[in-house]
Design a binder for this molecule. Structure first.
Ligand code: AHR
Length: 306
């Protein structure tokens, strides 16, 4: 084990058992719930003693949790940073305590990449690009396509990168215009509230681009309450492909979903075992993902476990 847990009476569960401290973002979305379950179940299967904390989407809570894991001398720390910036100090504390850190799902923008061993998660820019490419294809022959964007949590890697990827892909189609863009914090209620405001102030909305399914599902409620048909009067593109999203896609209320895979647990536990042993691991492990049309959603739906 990395930490001298037995000697210190700290977090270690025994000499051979690896103890992992995991600082989760929160429980903001269906994706996050599936991710948490995957981490917890995989730890159990791998025989890793997991200390889990829910940061309730606040960076200060995550920093507190990481500090407490350092104090408990866990063998490895994994976390999904709610925002990209502001982690250097606490990551340096972990490094000085010789506790390896694994970034899971989201990146930090630290210039010093020696502050963590590896980053396991999706390519969020690629996800945004896939969403944009679908819309470019859909928009051929149209003279005006007004898009409203529901952004994820301000400062979070998936919000920054999905916005960027979408903007890059739609640049080539000048008829596509993002006429409003605001954060819905990756939650269903946030998506609903922001969409209500968008509908009030914008008479012609053709497309909603939501950075996750939950915000898209909230937007559906707002669109229906305004007497319009989601998926028909206003097209909807989302990211994630959790069960409720795929259901709405199969029902014709969402038009396209870019998958983001939450089932990172098994790979995380493998990486944790390696870094604790001091083995070399790749600096970046990218998750494999696909996309779904309405037709594909009907086939996929029975298989979606989360
Ligand atoms: O970081 C992954 C994102 O966070 C998911 O797309 C979103 O649903 C979650 O809240």
């Amino acid at each position: 084990c990395g930490g001298d847990s037995a000697a210190s009476g700290g977090g270690g569960a025994g000499n051979d058992t690896i103890t992992m401290g995991f600082a989760q973002v929160g429980a903001e979305s269906g994706w996050r719930t599936a991710n948490t379950k995957s981490v917890q179940e995989s730890a159990k299967e791998a025989g890793i003693d997991l200390k889990f904390s829910d940061g309730q989407q606040k960076q200060e809570n995550q920093i507190k949790a990481i500090r407490s894991y350092i104090q408990q001398k866990v063998d490895v720390i994994a976390f999904s940073p709610v925002v990209e910036t502001g982690w250097d100090a606490v990551l340096l504390e972990a490094k000085r305590a010789n506790i390896p850190v694994i970034l899971t799902d989201r990146a930090v923008d630290s210039e010093d990449t020696s502050l963590y061993k590896t980053f396991l998660g999706s390519d969020f820019v690629a996800e945004g690009k896939k969403a944009g490419e679908w819309l470019v294809e859909e928009s051929q022959g149209k003279s005006e396509v007004n898009v409203v964007e529901l952004q994820g949590t301000t400062g979070a890697a998936p919000a920054i990168d999905r916005k960027q990827g979408f903007a890059d892909a739609t640049k080539a189609a000048p008829q596509i215009k993002v006429i409003a863009s605001q954060t819905g914090d990756f939650t269903r209620s946030g998506g609903k509230q922001v969409m209500e405001a968008f509908l009030k102030s914008n008479p012609k909305i053709d497309v909603v681009y939501a950075h996750n399914d939950d915000m898209g599902l909230g937007a559906i409620e707002a669109i229906e309450a305004a007497g319009k048909k989601p998926g028909v009067d206003i097209k909807i593109i989302t990211v994630d492909a959790v069960h409720d999203g795929v259901q709405a896609l199969a029902d014709g209320k969402i038009n396209y979903i870019v998958e983001c895979n939450p089932l990172l647990g098994p790979q995380l536990m493998d990486l944790a075992k390696k870094v604790v042993k001091g083995e070399q691991v790749p600096q970046r492990v990218v998750t494999e993902e696909t996309t779904f049309t309405q037709e594909q959603a009907k086939t996929e739906l029975p298989n979606r476990k989360y």
